[in-house]
Design a protein around this ligand. Structure first.
Ligand code: BEZ
Ligand code: FE
Length: 285
């Protein structure tokens, strides 16, 4: 049978329905139907489709093992957050999930209670303390909190050219009573990377390209749903306009100002610091 504008979608769907795995067949036939529908709806021109292909090529070219422009693309389109919502329907009381983002690095070093993951990087000292519990409030001993953040200029380790030590990232472990203590510096709101194809596209719009101040966490305990989330600083700029749609009320935390003196880890600080308290609540797998 020959192709025309009316039958092309059915023909392509039939072809992709032959995928060997039923799930792949479902994914590919759905993708074909929606892509074709999109092209019909906007009456896609050949020049526009070629421009889109060139843009996607640029997204691929600029990506490497440190930079992930495809994740950024998915984030700014709201697709990452939609996928998070579809897959992490949290029970009442559980800590909600949010986007992973493009800057997580595997294999952060293990850090003891109170370890300073900012290690000399300039900024206001920040302590984050609390517990990791299950939905009933039972504390989880030895749970690992993989934490990472940008520095006070909004730069993540993977954006720096050569660095051979973990910078503003570490894996903390809860104590027997489920408590943890992180020492770091206060994060700031920052611009997502704007020097690539995502930035080129965003500059053609009125979209604010900033994220509110936050620290990232990943907690992956056996028998519990993996939790990828952030804590956002209360009153931070851009909470209402996060370019990747990642903010949630339940993740906004007060960073309380404390005078110099004994810090939450028992050490004495000679300068004022900030203290955020938050209990992470995991739900069963
Ligand atoms: C981040 O928070 O690290 C991030 C998330 C999505 C896009 C850019 C950055
Ligand atoms: Fe971030």
């Amino acid at each position: 049978m020959f192709v025309d504008e009316d039958n092309i979608t059915d023909l392509a769907v039939q072809r992709w329905a032959t995928a060997h795995s039923p799930r792949l067949a479902e994914l590919m036939t759905g993708l074909v139907r929606h892509l074709h529908e999109f092209a019909r709806e906007v009456r896609l021109t050949e020049d526009e489709w070629m421009a889109a292909i060139e843009w996607l090529t640029a997204v691929g070219r600029i990506s490497d093992d440190k930079r992930q422009e495809f994740i950024l693309t998915s984030d700014v389109l709201g697709l990452s957050m939609l996928v998070v919502q579809l897959n992490n329907q949290s029970s009442a009381g559980a800590t909600p999930a949010t986007v992973l983002g493009p800057f997580h690095i595997d294999g952060s070093p293990a850090a003891p209670y109170g370890f300073d993951m900012s290690d000399g990087i300039p900024g206001t000292p920040l302590f984050i303390t609390g517990k990791v519990t299950d939905l009933d409030g039972t504390p989880l001993a030895h749970a690992v909190l993989d934490a990472w953040q940008a520095d006070a200029d909004g730069t993540y380790e993977s954006q720096l050219p050569t660095i051979d030590e973990a910078r503003l990232r570490a894996k903390y472990r809860t104590r027997e009573d489920g408590t943890y203590c992180i020492r770091t510096i206060a994060p700031r709101g920052y611009a997502i990377p704007m020097d690539g194809p995502v930035g080129d596209l965003i500059r053609k719009t009125d979209i604010s390209y900033f994220r509110p101040a936050h620290v990232h966490f990943l907690i992956d305990e056996p028998a519990y749903q993996k939790l990828i989330t952030h804590l956002f600083q209360e009153d931070s700029e851009y909470l209402d306009s996060d370019v990747v749609f990642g903010t949630k009320d339940a993740l906004i935390v007060r960073f309380t100002e404390r005078p110099a003196g004994v810090a939450p880890d028992g050490t004495t600080l000679e300068v004022p610091y900030l203290h955020a308290e938050y209990d992470f609540v995991l739900q069963p797998a």
